[in-house]
Design a protein around this ligand. Sequence first.
Ligand code: F6P
Length: 321
Amino acid sequence: MNDKVAIITSGGDAAGMNPAVKSAAEHALRLGMKPYVVEWGLRGLIEGWIHEATQARLSGILHRGGTVLGSSRSKRFFELKHREIAHANLQKKGINKLIVIGGDGSFSALNQFYSDFGVPFAGIPATIDNDIPGTDYCLGVDTALNMIRQSVDSIRDTASSFSRAFVIETMGRHCGYLAMTSALATGAEICLVPEIPYDLDAIAERMRREKELGRTYLLGVVAEGTGMGESLTRWMGDALGMDARLTVLGHVQRGGSPTVYDRIMAFKFAVAAVEELANGGTNQVITFKDGTFGNSSISKIADTTHRVDQHLIQLCEGLSR
Ligand code: F6P
C-alpha cells in the first residue's frame, strides 16, 4: 500500500487531540501508510505547513492538552482558489488521504474538499461541546467536565463560607450537555440550558423552602447558549435576596491534560479512522454510539439535528423549575 495520509486538527482545540494524532500516525505506519501532520489546521493546508510525522514530532505529546499541531478556523478554506492551493500542496507530497480531528464545521470543509478533488478523509469528532449528531462522545468532553467539576467544587467552598449564591457559566455553544452533566456531578441547585424550559417562579419557591430548611448558599450552572448568566445572577439578588456572584469559566474548560478516558477514546477513534481509510472509506466521520464504534456520512450528520441524551435531560429537569 502506498497511501500517504495527513493528519489535521481543526476548529476549537480539545483535550485528546494529541493522543489521537499520535495514535493515528502510529496505526497508519503499522498498516504501511506514510503519515504526515499539518500544522495550524486548514490554514496550514493552504500555507503548505505539512511535515512527515516523525518520531520526534510524535514523542512527548500524549499527555498535553490542546493540540501541539495548532488549529485554526480558516475562512479562506471556504474559497475554491484557496482549496486549489491546498490540493496542490498535498499533491506535491503525494498525500492522497486525510484524517481531520475536529467538529462538524471542519468535517463540512473537508467534505467540500472531497467534492472538489476527491481526496478521501475520515473525521474524528473532537469538541468539548459534545454536539456532533450521530455520536454520543466527542474527544475533549471528559477532560472539560473534570475541569468544570474542579472549578465548581472550589466555588462551593467559597459560596458556603460566605453564604452566597453563585452562577457558573459553562461553554457548549448552543448545547447544554456540559452544563447539565456538571450541574448533576457537582450537586448544583439550579441548571439552565437551551434544551429545558425553565420556570424562575418555581425555582424561587423551591429555594425559599430550602432556605427555611437551613440552606445558606446555592449554586446555579448555566449553559452559555441560554445567555442567562448575568440576568440569573441579578435575579438571585433581587428575587432571593442573596449576595450573588457570576463566574464565567470560559476557555479554562478547553485546556488541561487529557483524562485517561479521553486518551483511550482518542486511541480507539484514531485506529477506527485509519482502518476506515485503509478499507477504502471516503468521507466518513467515526462515531461512538451506544457503546459501539461505527461511521456516518457527512450528509447524514449535516441532515441530523443533534439531541442530548433524554435521560440526562430528565435528570436535570428538576433543576430548571
Ligand atoms: O466549540 C468549542 C467552543 O469552546 C464553544 O464551547 C465556545 O462557544 C467556542 O468554542 C468559543 O470559541 P473561541 O475559542 O473561538 O472563542
